[in-house]
Design a protein around this ligand. Structure first.
Ligand code: ZN
Length: 249
C-alpha cells in the first residue's frame, strides 16, 4: 500500500473523478489536508467515496487572515478530525506581514486544542521553522508531521531530536536541499507526500496526479539505499506508529 501523507484533493477541481479512481486503483492511502472550512467539507465528501481517503481539518496559514469566525467554533471540527492539517505559519511566501498576527492566532489556537486532544498534526513551517520549533518544544509534543521541510539543517536537527515525523515531497529529484534533508531524516521518521496537483507543476511543470507518489517513493528508496518493497513497509509502519491508521488492501 502506498501512503500519500499530505495532499490537497480539493485542488483537483474537474480532475477529481480521475484522481479518486487512481487512488482506488493504486490503493493510495491519501491524507487530504484542509485549507479552510470549505475545502475540509469538500474533502470530507470525497472521503465518503473511497476507503483510502482521509480528510483532515485545518486552516492553512495562507487562509488565516480570511477566517472571520470565532475560534471556539472550530473545536467540533478539531474533535472529529483524527489528523489535523494543514496548519502552520508562513513568513516566506506570505509577504504581507500584516497577516502574521492572524496566522499566529489561529495556529496557536488549533495547535493547543489539538494537543489537548492528542491529535496528530500536520504543520507548514515555511520561513517560520524556528518559531514553530520553539512552540512545539514548549509543549514537548511530537505527534507531528513536518510537511515538506525546507529550512536550515540546524533547525531540522532540533525537530528530529524532538521526535517529529517528516514528509519528503515531489521536489526530491530537483532540490539539493531536499536531498540533504532526506539524508538527515532517520528512516523511522520518514513519510512521503505529493501536496496536490500544483506542487509538481510548480517544480517541473507536470500536473501532479496521485500516482506521482510512486516516483517519490522510488527516488527516496534509491537515496536511502533500500529496496522499494522494504521502504513501502517502513513507510506503512511509520504512519501506523504515528496515527494508528492502517487499511487492509
Ligand atoms: Zn499542503
Amino acid at each position: 500500500m502506498y501512503i500519500d501523507a499530505h495532499t490537497h484533493l480539493d485542488f483537483f477541481n474537474n480532475n477529481i473523478e480521475y484522481a479518486i479512481n487512481e487512488i482506488n486503483n493504486l490503493k493510495i492511502l491519501t491524507i487530504a489536508n484542509g485549507m479552510d472550512m470549505e475545502s475540509y467539507l469538500k474533502n470530507k465528501e470525497y472521503s465518503k467515496r473511497s476507503q483510502y481517503i482521509k480528510a483532515t481539518f485545518g486552516i492553512h496559514p495562507w487562509k488565516a487572515a480570511e477566517y472571520k469566525g470565532k475560534l471556539e467554533d472550530l473545536i467540533p471540527y478539531i474533535e472529529e478530525s483524527k489528523i489535523i492539517g494543514e496548519i502552520g505559519l508562513d513568513f516566506f511566501w506570505v509577504e504581507d506581514n500584516g497577516t502574521y498576527e492572524a496566522q499566529r492566532r489561529i495556529f496557536n489556537f488549533i495547535l493547543e486544542e489539538s494537543i489537548k486532544r492528542d491529535k496528530v498534526i500536520c504543520i507548514h513551517t515555511k520561513g517560520a521553522e524556528e518559531e514553530i520549533y520553539n512552540i512545539l518544544k514548549h509543549y514537548s509534543y511530537s505527534k507531528i508531521i513536518i510537511h515538506w521541510y525546507s529550512g536550515d539543517i540546524k533547525t531540522l536537527d532540533k525537530y528530529i531530536e524532538l521526535g517529529c515525523y517528516f514528509t519528503i515531497s515531489v521536489d526530491i529529484d530537483y532540490s539539493k536541499l531536499t536531498e540533504e534533508i532526506l539524508a538527515r531524516i532517520p528512516i523511522d521518521r520518514l513519510l512521503v507526500e505529493t501536496d496536490g496537483p500544483r506542487a509538481l507543476e510548480w517544480v517541473n511543470g507536470d500536473y501532479g496526479y496521485p500516482r506521482v507518489i510512486i516516483n517519490v517513493i522510488k527516488s527516496v528508496s534509491k537515496r536511502k539505499a533500500i529496496s522499494t518493497e522494504r521502504l513501502l513497509k517502513v513507510l506503512e509502519d511509520n504512519f501506523f506508529k504515528l496515527t494508528g491508521i492502517k487499511i487492509q488492501d
